[in-house]
Design a protein around this ligand. Structure first.
Ligand code: FHN
Length: 421
């Protein structure tokens, strides 16, 4: 049965309002792949951790055995949500079903789920949904609609199943849609359904989106519902950029970059390539200055622990946001065009330009160009007393300020009137 989708611009704007304000969210990739953690039968398997079944061509019957050993006794939903909250993240999206097909929620459609197939027997999605509600964090599900290496009719597994014998429509109608109904009816309000690479046709994408709307009209649908659309939102509610990809320029429509803290989404025991908090803060600023959201991933272990290096980085980002959040949440993209090598990026709110000085020029002489209003006050956002910063304005140029923070000094320029920015 095909679902119809008709909605007004107002409905769309209303749905997107919290998301536009939020800017920063937590992505969580968690599943059976956290057990092998990047190694299979003594061999290091290259690539991202959650793709291990595909990369090592592990037969379903073998991979399924992992479920018997999945017992994340250290999992604590409230602690995870607190990590997100302290990092200044406003929403959380977790893998309900990734490409390996294992369901991290209790599903009536298959026993291959965390409650029925593991010694853990709990539904962590219920616990997380609850904890998010308590802490005021929006809660969403990642759901792999195309790839499913476990289901005989899902796409992607041609080492167990003959691709010519697959019935994708059956998988969609009798499995994907009923599972989406479960996710959208058993866990309270769902802020986002994060579909991933990609629905096979635009018709299927539209149908799936309408299916989501039928149960929760306010749920935001990710751009990767659309076949191969990376450069505009297409059928989704917003555009999803490539993984870790930040566009060069400001983009007018809603968009998001999903990013990793190290080089994998699902936990890998030997991936220690952690980005520093400085790098993450600068990526966040870059993204927000171009009008986007940053969905930053953590990959918990099979015991249910968010790796300590991620927690450390997130705490530091959160500490920076505590002082400088005004220049991120609810801001507009930069009204000034900056080049990649400019030492600053901007965000704005009415009458205020936030100048994120990511690398203070070595001679201390910061010059900001393109200021189309008279500056009446300059100060560091992190300074609780908003003490006046000395500056000289010469037409559209503002010069002569000295740094405060080693990573990103946010200088606030207050304007004489609210016409710009
Ligand atoms: O194949 C997935 C990958 O495992 C991961 O989930 C990322 C997150 O954006 N999405 C796909 C690749 O783009």
């Amino acid at each position: 049965m095909k679902e119809k989708l008709e909605e007004s611009k107002e409905e769309h704007e209303k749905r997107m309002a919290w998301w536009r304000e939020a800017k920063f969210g937590m992505f969580i990739h968690w599943g059976l792949y956290a057990i092998p953690a990047g190694m299979w039968k003594g061999k290091l398997i290259p690539g991202i951790g959650e793709w291990i079944q595909f990369r090592a061509k592990i037969p379903v019957k073998e991979y399924e055995q992992l479920a018997k050993h999945f017992n994340p006794v250290k999992f604590n939903a409230e602690e995870w949500v607190k990590v997100a909250k302290e990092a200044g993240m406003k929403y959380l999206v977790i893998t309900a079903k990734h490409h390996d097909g294992f369901c991290m929620f209790h599903s009536e459609l298959t026993d291959y789920n965390i409650v029925d197939a593991t010694p853990f027997k709990r539904d962590p999605m219920k616990e997380l949904a609850e904890a998010c509600r308590k802490e005021g964090i929006k809660f969403g599900f990642y759901y792999s609609q195309l790839l499913d290496w476990h289901h005989p009719d899902g796409a992607g597994n041609d080492w167990d199943y003959d691709p010519n014998k697959k019935n994708f429509t059956k998988y969609l109608e009798e499995y994907v849609k009923p599972q989406l109904r479960e996710l959208l009816t058993n866990y309270g309000p769902i802020a986002v359904i994060w579909f991933d690479i990609y629905s096979p046709t635009p018709e299927i994408a539209r149908d799936l989106k309408a299916w989501v709307r039928r149960f929760q009209p306010d749920t935001i649908v990710s751009g990767r519902i659309d076949p191969n659309r990376r450069w505009d939102k297409g059928i989704g509610d917003y555009m999803e950029r490539g993984d870790n990809e930040i566009p060069e320029h400001r983009i007018e429509e809603d968009w998001e970059t999903p990013g990793t803290i190290n080089d994998t989404w699902g936990f890998k025991s030997y991936d220690h390539n952690w980005k520093s908090s400085g790098v993450i803060i600068q990526k966040l600023v870059d993204i927000v200055s171009k009008g986007g959201n940053y969905l930053l991933n953590v990959g918990p272990t099979a015991e249910g622990i968010i790796p300590e290096p991620s927690i450390r980085v997130l705490k530091e980002v959160g500490a920076w946001l505590k002082k400088n959040g005004e220049s991120i949440y609810g801001t507009e993209a930069s009204p000034i065009i900056t080049r990649p090598d400019d030492p600053y990026k901007c965000t704005a709110k009415q009458g205020k330009l936030y100048v994120h000085v990511l690398a203070w020029p070595w001679d201390g002489e910061l010059e900001i160009s393109g200021i189309k209003n008279e500056v009446v006050k300059a100060y560091f956002l992190a300074d609780p007393d908003c003490r006046d910063l000395k500056y000289k304005q010469d037409g559209e140029e503002v010069k002569g300020m000295k740094p405060l923070d080693p990573v990103d000094n946010v200088v606030v320029l207050e304007m004489s009137n609210e016409e710009w920015p």
